[in-house]
Design a protein around this ligand. Structure first.
Ligand SMILES: Nc1nc2c(c(=O)[nH]1)N[C@H]1C(S)=C(S)[C@@H](COP(=O)(O)O)O[C@H]1N2
Ligand SMILES: [Mo]
Length: 437
């Protein structure tokens, strides 16, 4: 048997539930047809295909039986309502804009982006075996238990995180990877400790310039030696008051899919720097070079390139603060309204390390703009709610376009911005259609 299959196969034999959770990303067959695939392992798959499977032992871990895959229903993830699953292994799911209407994103509406498999430990309720190692360019390397981590002062903030690839689907020629449209973004309330307090406690050496975070998720190959993703930030961003190590999301322990028992939250930067299932903070004397820090991952060309260009690695730079962006979360696109009837348009806007200063909408394809009522963020790095009333006197087809302007005066582009090989940073305006009758 190939090495990559061994780890999971053994887990399937010793603990099928945990193995299923690892493969599918949730307890007891996380990915199910609504109300159908409730049980896990052999029994569940047998039930799903409706027959005994003589070669079950040879089925690759994580395979969706074609009989099930062909079913017209969409996959559902337990604990997530209405999310669009882009990939089941690893699990990636985005939220349709209208389900992001809340100021604080409920857990069941928060997108999920995994590069590997959820570690089985994320489904163990106990945290006594969890430790966080802090080493590298520090005076006093430490290994903290969760209780010790909780000794630092607690902070609770609403923080927006967005996948650097959100909007990738807008690029032509298409970039490889999950075809995120609008919903790989969320703003939940996180509780934890400040990264800066922890780093101060271990004492940064003068040589410390970057963090390297490691999680305990499992590489898709099943090889325990392989790391799926290890990213970090310059020390200055790690020392930001709002960069946290958190154990709570919306007042409850972090869900398994979001990094139980603890994760980093680096708001405003590609969410790939918000490492889940955190186990190690490796303070570096150079720009961190873990998996997905180098090459083409989470990096964009240093200069504009024509669509489709191959850009050499040395001409790519790491994405830092994300650009200004907004979303219309109400109404749903293609809604019908009655002529002369006023209706509310609302959504959120955010701008990486900056704040949003102004929000406008247009209903005449950008010819004129109406200022929306924009709220201040609940705290720095929370997204900002906005709303505006619209009314149309003439029947027909309209589009509502939303455009945010950040604190430096930078606006969202009307069209998809600079093409880049991996399809990052698409902050084009969100548009919806309205039918007036
Ligand atoms: N350990 C680990 N942390 C991770 C990832 C991962 O695959 N493994 N994915 C990252 C990426 S690319 C994103 S966009 C965010 C998504 O966070 P969420 O699933 O809580 O929405 O987690 C980040 N943290
Ligand atoms: Mo991401």
């Amino acid at each position: 048997m190939k090495k990559k299959e061994r780890g999971l196969r053994e887990l399937y034999e010793s603990d099928p539930e945990k193995a299923d959770a690892t493969v599918w990303g949730r307890k007891a067959s996380p990915l199910s047809r609504r109300g159908f695939l409730k049980k896990s392992g052999l029994a569940a798959i047998t039930l799903a295909v409706g027959a005994h499977i003589p070669f079950f032992g040879k089925m690759p871990a994580g395979l969706i039986p074609v009989a099930l895959a062909e079913s017209p229903q969409n996959f559902e993830i337990e604990g997530k309502d209405g999310l669009r699953v882009l990939n089941d292994r690893p699990l990636n799911a985005e939220t349709p804009p209208t389900l992001l209407n809340d100021s604080i994103t409920p857990v069941n509406r928060h997108f999920v982006r995994n590069n590997g498999l959820v570690p089985g430990s994320a489904y163990d309720d106990n945290t006594k075996d969890w430790t966080l190692t802090i080493d590298g360019e520090v005076h006093q390397p430490k290994i903290l238990t969760l209780d010790q981590l909780k000794q630092f002062k607690h902070y609770s903030y609403a923080l927006q995180i967005e996948c650097g690839g959100n909007g990738r689907a807008g690029y032509q020629p298409p970039a490889k990877g999950n075809q995120w449209t609008f919903g790989a973004v969320g703003c939940a309330q996180y509780t934890g400790v400040r990264m800066k307090d922890v780093l101060r406690e271990v004492g940064l050496k003068d040589t410390a310039i970057y963090t390297g975070y490691y999680g305990s998720d499992i590489h898709l190959s099943g090889d325990p030696e392989k790391v799926t993703i290890s990213r970090g930030t310059p020390i200055a961003k790690a020392m930001d008051n709002h960069t946290l190590i958190v154990w709570e999301m919306n007042g409850k322990p972090l869900p398994a899919l979001h990094g139980f028992p603890a994760r980093v939250v680096t708001p405003g930067w590609p969410a790939s720097t918000s490492i889940k299932w955190l186990k190690r903070i490796f303070v570096r004397d150079r720009v961190h070079d873990g998996p997905k820090m180098t090459g083409q991952a989470y990096r964009t060309p240093k200069y504009p390139v024509p669509p489709g260009t191959h850009v050499p690695d040395e001409d790519m730079q790491i994405i830092e603060s994300l650009p200004v962006k907004s979303l219309i979360t109400h109404p749903q696109s293609r809604m019908t309204v009655t002529k002369d009837q006023s209706f509310l348009v609302r959504g959120h806007a955010w701008a990486g390390d900056r704040s949003v200063q102004d929000m406008h909408v247009s209903h005449d394809f950008g010819a004129t703009w109406i200022r929306a009522n924009l709220k201040d963020p609940i705290n720095p790095y929370a997204w900002q709610d906005w709303e505006v009333n619209l009314k149309f006197a003439v029947k027909g087809y309209y589009e509502v376009w939303a455009r945010a302007t950040d604190s430096q005066g930078t606006m969202q582009p009307m069209v998809v911005p600079g093409w880049n090989p991996k399809g990052y940073l698409n902050n084009a305006m969100h548009r919806i259609a309205i039918n007036v009758t």
